[in-house]
Design a protein around this ligand. Structure first.
Ligand SMILES: NC(=O)c1ccc[n+]([C@@H]2O[C@H](COP(=O)([O-])OP(=O)(O)OC[C@H]3O[C@@H](n4cnc5c(N)ncnc54)[C@H](OP(=O)(O)O)[C@@H]3O)[C@@H](O)[C@H]2O)c1
Length: 310
């Protein structure tokens, strides 16, 4: 990728998040000129650019000063229950800020890649394709769908990249398989939702797909997730097996039993055949991604144990 994209300037929002942090590392290593939006936490990669999404003035200044070729908009309010209880903030961060970013992207001549979610669907059928009708069942999904509509309406060139249950390693944000590993390693029982299916996506694979969309200035909507649909309970059991932990500590539960307040869609698995035929960076199966993720998780656990022993 390096030879053709060496001069492409990317502004990345959400550069400190679960998805954005890996994207920032991949972009920096891939030879892009990276500008990383800074909000509460300083980004680890890229030139920091102050950008508060709750301020349209801050967004305008960031674009005027930097005029990126592409903006990858991965920042969002992602706590589904918090979005339900603070709709005003969810609206401001996920919908209004996306409108402002799309507007400024058009003014600056930047291509917009908007990272969106499988939660725009109602989960009644699963295996959703790009042409299926969104119908979100909670406010997080609604606010992200408003973001999608804003991207389409206000940016001149745009791509909506929908993903599902991203997981990876992060210094502060524990993704689902990391929590499973920690709980089972400590010999603790864990209640896991058994009746919800998604397409859990390794952030390393996701980063490569999103960067390719940016480099090619791809247009339209694309599903960029794992090619494997699975329930949370099955996913947890798979992680336990790979780490040789006691899977019998996993207890099937309902969303209510694990404390989810906002309603979740039942099956938002994504059909990735379009990404599969379009991209050089293919959507990986769970099997393929775990071959990369599990060794990295083991290394992290080993380092953590070494630090505790000292
Ligand atoms: N997590 C999921 O299950 C999931 C599923 C499907 C799709 N997605 C989508 O994937 C994208 C990345 O999600 P993620 O899991 O990486 O999110 P995350 O870990 O919660 O990170 C959110 C990012 O957004 C930034 N941010 C939040 N509020 C901001 C504000 N007011 N101004 C500027 N930046 C702000 C945060 O910066 P600070 O840390 O500095 O506040 C952080 O970098 C999002 O668009 C999300 O909707 C997520």
């Amino acid at each position: 990728m390096e030879a053709t994209t060496a001069k492409m300037k990317i502004l990345l929002t959400g550069a400190t998040g679960l998805v954005g942090r890996d994207l920032a590392f991949a972009a920096a290593e891939g030879g892009f000129e990276l500008l990383s939006a800074q909000h509460a936490c300083p980004p680890e990669r890229g030139k920091p650019v102050l950008l508060d999404m709750s301020s349209s003035d801050s967004i305008r200044k960031a674009f005027a000063a930097n005029r990126p070729d592409v903006v990858i908009h991965a920042a969002a309010m992602t706590d589904v229950d918090a979005c339900e209880s603070n709709k005003e903030l969810a609206l401001a961060v996920n919908a209004k800020a996306t409108e402002a970013i799309a507007t400024e992207a058009r003014r600056a001549g930047s291509h917009l890649v908007y990272v969106s979610t499988d939660y725009v669907f109602d989960g009644s059928k699963g295996s959703y394709g790009e042409n299926d009708e969104p119908n979100p069942v909670n406010f997080y999904g609604k606010s992200k769908l408003m973001g999608e509509v804003a991207a389409e309406r206000f940016a001149s060139t745009w791509c909506i990249a929908r993903t599902s249950t991203p997981y990876g390693l992060h210094p502060r944000r524990k993704s689902f398989p990391v929590v499973v590993a920690e709980r089972l390693s400590a010999g603790q029982e864990m209640k896991v939702v058994s009746d919800q299916r998604t397409s859990p996506t390794h952030t390393a694979n996701l980063s490569m797909m999103i960067l390719e969309l940016a480099a090619r200035r791809s247009e339209g909507t694309l599903h960029v997730s794992s090619s494997t649909g699975i329930s949370r309970l099955e996913f947890a059991a798979r992680v336990a097996k790979e780490l040789e932990l006691d899977g019998s500590l996993l207890r099937p539960a309902s969303g209510e039993e694990v404390g989810w307040r906002a309603v979740r869609p039942r099956d938002t698995t994504l059909n990735v055949s379009k990404a599969n035929s379009l991209l050089a960076a293919k959507p990986e199966s769970l099997e393929e991604s775990l071959r990369v993720f599990i060794p990295s998780l083991k290394r992290q656990q080993m380092h953590a144990r070494t630090r505790t022993d000292k």
